[in-house]
Ligand binder design. Structure first.
Ligand code: BDR
Ligand code: CA
Length: 309
């Protein structure tokens, strides 16, 4: 039986990889895609989600969400993903439009009527999910788990201390972490272990289908900043770790601990704080990924992309 999921994302190159993996996987049933501002503005991320879904001919509704953080100054990641967030001309413009219902209403309605618990996969700022919990705290009981990309047990990428998704909306992230919903976190400490090196990109290209070629090109576009700023031998496919874990959890080592986010201004604004010794005595609810089997990840990615057009 496949796992029912909703993907909340800001595509975004690595978000697009996640969408492709979810569409290809027989283990997952994607009930809907909700979009958030993040890498670029909401109108671009929504268009990009539709472009990916339509290019694959997938029958998945897309709902547009919140266009800014609860508090704080807007940031974006267009230097990584390009001005529109997904510079992949071959995907073309979308052939469909977003649903008229907004993302938060869709989440609340779907969770309330569902007879099964639903897993939410989040790969952007957590604003939609925080607004959902504030409007409808009852839906928490219907959420199996929130699997999110964000934070880091060590350093940041958009400030010295903070990872981009957390820095966009630390208050929203703290609302999620304060709820009693189980969470799994894929932070930079583990996503930086999953690098699309030239050899791995060539492996994707060698699949020989349109998907392998177009997604190989996307990851090459993505790697410029990773080479220049971090000295990495390729881009990090951050968001795709969430999907890979749902499909093949043995690819990752995790450790349960309490995680909070710094919401006060200052040098550490947006940083995740990891209480590995349970010093604060709060309930540890987050399974934090600490190690990735990168070869296994790319083998899985290749096998999934090979199933697509
Ligand atoms: C995260 O920030 C975004 O640019 C990526 O899509 C990913 O979700 C990495 O810090
Ligand atoms: Ca993202």
């Amino acid at each position: 039986m496949s796992l029912p999921i909703i993907i909340d994302c800001d595509p975004g190159i690595d978000d697009a990889f996640s969408l492709a993996m979810a569409i290809a996987s027989d283990d997952l049933e994607v009930l809907g895609i909700t979009t958030t501002y993040g890498n670029v503005g909401l109108s671009h991320t929504t268009t990009n989600a539709l472009r990916v879904v339509d290019w694959f001919g997938a029958d998945i509704p897309v709902y547009s969400g919140v266009d800014r953080a609860l508090l704080g100054t807007p940031v974006d990641a267009s230097e990584y993903h390009g001005a529109t967030g997904l510079e992949a001309p071959e995907l073309g413009p979308p052939s469909s439009v977003p649903q008229s219902e907004d993302a938060v209403s869709f989440l609340i309605r779907t969770l309330r009527v569902s007879t099964r618990k639903i897993t939410i996969v989040a790969s952007g700022p957590l604003t939609n999910l925080a607004v959902m919990l504030r409007l409808a705290p009852d839906v928490a009981a219907k959420i199996e788990r929130i699997v999110f990309m964000g934070g880091s047990t060590d350093y940041g990428n958009d400030s010295p201390a903070a990872e981009f998704n957390m820095l966009c909306d630390p208050h929203a992230a703290q609302i999620i972490l304060d709820s009693d919903i189980p969470t799994t976190m894929f932070g930079l400490n583990v996503t930086h272990q999953v690098i699309a090196t030239p050899e791995r990109v060539q492996m994707l290209r060698s699949i020989g289908n349109d998907t392998g070629r177009v997604f190989a090109d996307m990851s090459v576009y993505f790697e410029k900043v990773y080479r220049e700023r971090y000295g990495f031998n390729g881009s990090a496919l951050h968001d795709s770790c969430t999907l890979a874990w749902l499909i093949l959890p043995e690819l990752f080592e995790t450790r349960v601990m309490r995680v909070d986010v710094e919401t006060n201004s200052g040098l550490s604004y947006g940083r995740t704080v990891h209480d590995i010794w349970n010093i604060a005595g709060k309930v540890p609810r987050t399974e934090v990924a600490v190690h990735a089997d990168a070869e296994g990840f790319f083998t899985l990615l290749k096998s999934l992309l090979a199933k697509l057009r």
